[in-house]
Design a protein. Structure first.
Length: 92
């Protein structure tokens, strides 16, 4: 059921959850894992990942930012970027 799918995924029943709208997925993702949540945008001619916590302009230049979200976004880009390149090679 839709109202339990994020909890079930966090328990290992699913590998991931596809959300068609920002507010459907981000609320649950941020609640479950605010610091490590990563947004992956599909359907573009390039791979796009982003941290889920926003820009944090309020702490810019203070030296207190937590890099966890950025590190996770780079890891996801590396993982899926490799898959995209392999898929493109098979199609040519």
């Amino acid at each position: 059921p839709a109202d339990a799918v994020f909890h079930q995924a966090s328990e290992g029943k699913y590998d991931g959850v596809l959300s068609l709208y920002h507010d459907q997925g981000h609320v649950a993702a941020k609640t479950l894992e605010f610091r490590r949540a990563v947004a992956l945008t599909m359907g573009l001619p390039f791979l796009r990942t982003s941290v889920d916590h926003g820009t944090a302009f309020d702490i810019a230049g203070e030296g207190i930012a937590d890099e966890t979200g950025m590190v996770e976004a780079v890891k996801v880009a590396g993982k899926y970027g490799k898959s995209v390149r392999e898929h493109q090679k098979r199609e040519t």
